[in-house]
Design a protein. Sequence first.
Lengths: 238, 304
Amino acid sequence: MFETQETEPIIELEKVGIRYGRGPEVLSNIDLSLQRGSFHFLTGKSGAGKTSLLSMMYLWQKPSRGRLSIFGNNVNFANRNSLSLFRRRIGVVFQDFRLLEHVSAFDNVALPLRVSGMNEKEIRKRVNELLKWVEIDRSTSAITSTLSGGEKQRVAIARAVINRPDILLADEPTGNVDNDIATKLMKLFVELNKLGTTVVIATHNENLINEFKYPCICLKNHNLTIVPAGERKNDMEI
Amino acid sequence: MIWKFKSSRHQELPLSKDSSNLFLKIMISISVFLFAVTLAGVLAINSMLVNWNASILGSLTVQIVPVSNSDRQKAHEEMLEQEQRAVALLSAMPEAKKVTALSEDQLQRLLRPWLGDDVDINELPMPRLIDVRLKSGAEINFKQLAEKLATVAPQASLDNHKLWLNKLINFAAGLKVLALAVLLLVIGVTSGAIFYTTQTSLGLHRDVIEILHIMGAKDTYIAQQYAGRTAWLGAVGGIIGVALAVPVIFLIAHLAHQIEGGIIDEARLSMGSWLAIVSLPVFSSLVAMQTAYYTVKRTLERMM
């Protein structure tokens, strides 16, 4: 039921509009089709609707109008349980991390596996491995609120990728880390992408966009344009 | 599904720090205390009703009223003769299991609670009483029996206890319904308190619940965490409530048994009744768990 054909878009938006309450539309007539295994940067000024677009993609926000399909399913007609199952296949990195501050780094990263019902032995193995990779291995049992901004960001990224998601959505994932770690994290995203994960990264980081040549989804004046890899001009707003 | 707590061993929701926990614990303790005392009352009334019903179905009393005669001695002898004839007639009945003519001592003991120790009972025109225990399932034609008795003992009157016991039974049954209504009210009030505190808690932990949902948690995953926590509070509150109620029930029973006359004496709590009372924490835990579980499921569907 939830599988998409290789040629079918993994995310598809058709004439999608989104508004909050009775306010004006934040996004209008958005048409977007992301193929399985694609990699995109998402750019646009603050308030351009990047977060709204991402929240629609991780199925938290339903479109006010238009059609949103994910894994070949029209989410407008999906029930709550189906939405939960879809979300388990989507990894999300939030700009403000949105970690559970009162539990340990380990428990934060283990969360997507636990809600999926994985056994604890397997969870321990996978989480410890990943935390070591993101260099949090010495403070895995520390309560998250005691971690530094950079550490929290790495925990948030580990949480997003632990489930080997089909789609990875990241909102400014390298905002609080130095360039070396930013590059290392980007390489992790690239590796995941090579394994078949569809990646969308919202960023203002020029260096990353220039270093990693991927197409850009540009949001401007509530509308969306796709700029192919390498064709982005330096004066374009990010 | 509600029993599947495996995935809830890790409490992502910080429910143990909720300020409403103490309120719920006290609320459940009070509710279980009231429930236990009322339940004890219901069970005691029930045993009383069973005993009284058995009395109606299984016995009858024959009274030989004193003969009117200016010679008291002669009247007394005449009454005793009638009693002997009545006992003989009743003993010959195939439905009778045991026929006992009450002795003077027994009659005095029965009347003492009503008349006190200062009255000389021998000075009063005392009737004679014959207690007849019937075989189980025996059916008596009272009219026919009364006619037969009249031939051997004209002063005999037959009392099958139905009239006065029926009034008592109706009264006790009314009390029982009232007590059951109180029990339902206690369950309703407690469930209401759990419902509102759970809703408040869901609002407080909205951020965490959002994250859980985004990570793919189903409503049941969240509901199980609430159900587990509330079940624990229900069990602790229940144990406190029962611990407070048991001495109170003993005290009430002690006071009730001091009332003479044999009516309250029939109200005894059986082993089964005590078992029901001490197992109330399990019941309170289940009610709390179910209420929290369905409150979370229902609220989340509307909230997000």
